[in-house]
Write a protein that binds this ligand. Structure first.
Ligand code: FO1
Length: 314
């Protein structure tokens, strides 16, 4: 069996991770998760992408949104509104426990990676889920309305500002979390999930040591853009605002020389020859993941493709 490391950010990434977890024994899957979305809110440390991946793998994620927990209630938020507190970032009552307990443990000096392991045990998540780094690397977005933290851009302002650049504060001094480099060194394949290349995957690759470790392994990426649109989130808008076509080809070249394989949706089949001309092996399949079965199907197709081409180097 193949040992796989998946790089994942928000909802799209979590869905493919769920598919991979349905195809691989838990000991053969490690997920390295973006922490650039992490921020302090209501005095709590919130790690949205870690929670989205863990909730999804634990089967307790809220299906319609992909973030937060299923079967939620909103009593805290209602009471917070009565007090005039900030309710733009919607925290449900079950989800609140995660942020309270993570904050309590971080304040006691526990590392984010260790807290994540213990939460995974509590939620019955078997694959290894690791933050890219235990040090904070918050994503700051430069826009035509000034610089703001990613969550203000993404949630509070609904991605309206025009992006001009990103900064992962402190990333130069950050280290890969314990287990990240050893997972990359011992894996057979790296899968870059269909997350936003700018703000979900780039912050992971920016942590010193991670990009080089990925570059040393057969790597494939799944396009988060289908027919010029993001399945979810601002990725297509970001490419346009940087003057690039909102195309799967922009994603393939975004990852530069990291890729041996690239997964395109059928609607972008005509782009396969151009991907091949970049020296990257294309796979054209239905990449939409509306159900758990479709997540498993896509993951199976990707792993079969990797075994046929990416791992054999032809
Ligand atoms: N995304 C939203 O668009 N609106 C929200 O109110 C919101 C709340 C929220 C609470 C907990 C959590 O873990 C994630 C949450 N997200 C929300 C998603 C979050 O903004 C993520 O960063 C995105 O999914 C992008 O990765």
């Amino acid at each position: 069996m193949m040992k796989v490391v998946a790089l994942a950010g928000g909802v799209g990434g979590a869905r493919l991770v769920d598919g991979l977890a349905q195809c691989l024994p838990p000991e053969d899957l490690t997920v390295i998760v973006n922490t650039g979305d992490d921020f302090e809110h209501l005095g709590l440390h919130i790690s949205p992408d870690l929670d989205t991946v863990c909730y999804t793998l634990g089967g307790i994620a809220n299906p319609p949104t992909g973030w937060g927990r299923a079967h939620e209630s909103w009593r805290m938020l209602e009471s917070l509104a009565e007090l005039g507190g900030p309710t733009w970032f919607r925290i449900g009552d079950r989800d609140l426990a995660t942020h309270l307990e993570r904050t309590r443990r971080l304040c006691s000096g526990e590392a984010l990676s260790k807290i994540t392991q213990e939460f995974c045990c509590a939620w019955g998540v078997l694959p290894l889920v690791l933050p890219a780094s235990d040090q904070p690397v918050p994503t700051w977005v430069s826009t035509d309305q000034g610089e703001m933290h990613f969550q203000e851009y993404f949630v509070k302002r609904q991605c309206q500002p025009r992006v001009q650049g990103f900064r992962f504060a402190g990333v130069e001094a950050a280290e890969p979390a314990p287990g990240v480099l050893s997972a990359l060194l011992s894996c057979d394949l790296v899968v870059i999930c269909p997350s936003n290349p700018w703000v979900s995957i780039a912050p992971i690759l920016a942590v010193p040591g991670i990009r080089a470790a990925v570059a040393a392994k057969p790597t494939l990426a799944v396009s988060p853009l289908i027919a010029g649109k993001a399945v979810k989130g601002p990725a297509a808008k970001m490419y346009r605002e940087f003057g690039q076509p909102a195309s799967a080809l922009s994603v393939a070249s975004h990852y530069g020389d990291l890729l041996a394989g690239f997964v395109l949706d059928r609607l972008d089949a005509r782009l396969a020859p151009e991907v091949e001309a970049m020296g990257i092996r294309p796979l054209v399949v239905n990449t939409l993941m509306k159900t758990r079965a479709s997540r498993r199907r896509l993951a199976r197709e990707i792993l079969d493709f990797a075994e046929r081409f990416v791992l054999t180097g032809n």
